[in-house]
Ligand binder design. Structure first.
Ligand code: ARG
Length: 288
């Protein structure tokens, strides 16, 4: 196997105004308090773990109106290998509670010199939370947060072939809670989260899969960050940890329990800034 060619550079947002202040997924309960000091310590623990594994981390800051902005995976789609220089496509959030994040993230990328390209305003898409590259295609989840038609536009804007997968369980509402690329051949996936056709797409796409049981999937273990051969997981079910180690990965469990209260884990708290999409040296000759 070869390591993923991305996952060494991340954008993260420190939890300066994080909290569960509304309910837009089944894990969020307004009456459950977040401990801000604990949240910050856990976030710093995740950042330090990623850095120790060989990644670099850049920062964007949130304002009090957007407590979920800590989940930078949802900022948008990153195409680090775009022909005209690095490209960013900002998300269109489904829920009003998060829509204020779009321009804040877009401004960060604009200031950093990226080309910012936009989706049609009427279509929702929640960025890397609902789209991950694997096998030369962009696996794009839709239904709870993203519109299926947005994938066509992402493909047009980035040049990446897209495989759309319908999500069917509202507890697993973003594709990055259901799917985790591990290497050029390996990935974790949660079949319970996909419709019949989506399962077929994923079975055809992943040469060496670790299919999660329902309990494993609901633990959020697929919401992991991969840096080279290190897998940073919010929770590590025993069977999953053993299989990853048998494949040669180093598994690190990073407690992000304060963020799980908002329905987000390690992957949600990061946005990879080095994902190459589209035709290019990365070789995007995926199936069909
Ligand atoms: N509370 C956030 C929301 O419901 C959590 C986002 C999780 N992000 C992710 N990439 N899965 O939008």
């Amino acid at each position: 196997m070869a390591e993923l060619e991305w996952g060494r550079r991340y954008l993260m947002c420190p939890p300066e105004h994080f909290g569960v202040l509304y309910e837009i997924n089944p894990w969020m309960h307004e009456e459950v308090a977040v401990d801000p000091d604990r949240a910050l310590a856990q976030w710093e623990g995740l950042r330090d773990t990623l850095v120790a594994a060989g990644a670099t981390v850049e920062l964007v800051h949130q304002t009090a109106e957007v407590p979920d902005m800590v989940f930078s995976a949802n900022a948008g789609i990153v195409n680090a290998s775009a022909v005209g220089g690095p490209q960013f496509v900002p998300s269109h959030f489904r829920h009003a509670e998060r829509q204020g994040e779009t321009e804040q993230f877009a401004t960060w990328f604009d200031d950093a010199g990226w080309t910012v390209d936009r989706l049609p305003t009427e279509l929702d898409h929640e960025g890397a939370g609902d789209a991950l590259p694997f096998g030369g295609v962009l696996v794009s989840g839709y239904r709870f947060r993203s519109d299926q038609q947005a994938a066509t536009h992402l493909s047009r804007l980035t040049g990446a072939p897209v495989r759309s997968v319908e999500l069917v369980d509202e507890r697993l509402y973003h594709v990055d809670i259901t799917f985790c690329p591990l290497s050029d051949r390996h990935a974790m996936g949660a079949p319970m989260a996909w419709d019949r056709y989506g399962r077929q797409v994923m079975e055809a796409l992943v040469p060496e899969p670790l299919w999660l049981t329902d309990d494993e999937a609901l633990s959020f273990c697929a919401n992991s960050v991969v840096v080279g051969t290190t897998v940073v997981m919010p929770v590590t079910p025993v069977r999953v940890g053993r299989q990853l180690e048998a494949w040669g990965f180093d598994v690190v469990t990073c407690d992000v329990s304060e963020f799980l209260k908002a329905g987000g884990g390690c992957r949600c708290l990061t946005l990879a800034l080095d994902t190459p999409l589209g035709p290019g040296p990365a070789g995007t000759t995926g199936p069909g």
